[in-house]
Design a protein around this ligand. Sequence first.
Ligand SMILES: N[C@@H](CCC(=O)N[C@@H](CS)C(=O)NCC(=O)O)C(=O)O
Length: 234
Amino acid sequence: MIEFYYYPTPNCKKVAIFLEESGLDYKVTPVAITKGEQFEPSFLRLFPNNRIPGIVDHAPADGGEPLRVFESGAILFYLAEKSGKFLPADIRGRAEVHSWLMWQMAGLGPICGQSHHFHGYAPPGQDYATTRFFNEAGRLYAVLDRLLAERDYIAGDYSIADMACYPWVAEHGQQRQSLDDFPHVQRWFATISQRPAIDRMRTLADAIDSNVKVTDESRKFLFGQTAQQVRQRG
Ligand SMILES: N[C@@H](CCC(=O)N[C@@H](CS)C(=O)NCC(=O)O)C(=O)O
């Protein structure tokens, strides 16, 4: 059984999609990051970066102790290897999936996250940063659009690369991007949206928190974290 540390955020939704697609047995442990639950000592012992998603595999393939994995890309890769699904076996197919998975982890995710932050949460007057992240997010959407002009899915067949990108593209409105400007991304997004696993991923999100909101209280937990706070954890 996979214990899934989760809240309805884009990085967690990647893993939720995988779990729903693969049929692996899993149980959700909600971590309300808007209430600071990512700083609970019991959570930090497993996940020292105070971020979700995280998993604990209670039946790892080596038969040993429960195994913890964090970082959504690492989790997708681990679960794909465990289940033998959504990751090709041949070296060329695998290299293509890994390339786009890392592209999402190092580019699309962080840049769209910053674009979302500066458009939605930062105090006014941050024009340079807002424009910088908006333009870079747009560039990444355009790279994806060119790719998807030639392929149905990101790395050929539907894979963990698609699952990694989908929840960030789903937030395109928050990033002030329009899918009308990226018709191949729009077609890919519409196709994946019809998968039953996406419906189940949304049902799970609604069951845990149907309207994740950044309030004055949650700002204290989410924004302005410092090195000093990490050192004080002991
Ligand atoms: N690179 C990490 C990013 C994880 C991340 O930033 N998670 C956010 C939610 S999507 C979080 O846990 N935030 C809590 C916090 O900032 O304290 C991954 O892909 O897993």
